[in-house]
Ligand binder design. Structure first.
Ligand code: HEC
Length: 112
């Protein structure tokens, strides 16, 4: 039972591997499961309707399809998060697991 439960996990890890050459798409369900809570917890305090530092308002992105309309926005976010520039040092920091889950999602967006 325990072993069988790992199979779907391994299968999705393989799909997400960087050696594939078919275009991938982030899973829309993961936007609600991973990306939104991440932004809410670590980014909204400075990037929402109230504040929107640098004109960036993540709170207005409500759904996965909204998010996927603007891959550039996520490439920028991913760059800041990967470089540990955002959230700023004096704000609460994501765990490396949270950071990785967010970056993995961004990574699957179309590269255009
Ligand atoms: C404590 C406030 C604060 C938090 C929290 C915060 N930011 Fe920022 N963010 C800023 C400020 C201020 C700027 C503009 C100045 C700068 O780049 O440091 C900025 C700029 C940015 C930029 C533009 C950088 C550039 O050079 O183009 C991006 C992208 C960004 N933030 C993403 C994020 C993401 C993603 C998160 C959450 C993981 C986040 N920020 C959390 C305050 C914050």
């Amino acid at each position: 039972m325990y072993k069988l439960a790992l199979v779907p996990f391994l299968a999705s890890a393989m799909v997400a591997s960087p050696v594939q050459n078919t275009p991938s798409q982030p899973d829309p369900a993961d936007f609600n499961r991973v990306v939104k809570p991440f932004l809410k917890k670590y980014c909204y305090s400075c990037h929402d309707d109230q504040k929107a530092e640098e004109g960036i308002n993540y709170a207005k992105i409500k759904t996965a399809s909204d998010a996927m309309k603007n891959p550039r926005m996520w490439r920028k976010a991913a760059r800041e998060v990967a470089g540990k520039k955002m959230p700023p040092k004096d704000s609460s920091q994501p765990t490396s697991k949270e950071r990785k889950a967010f970056l993995d999602w961004c990574d699957k967006l179309p590269k255009r």
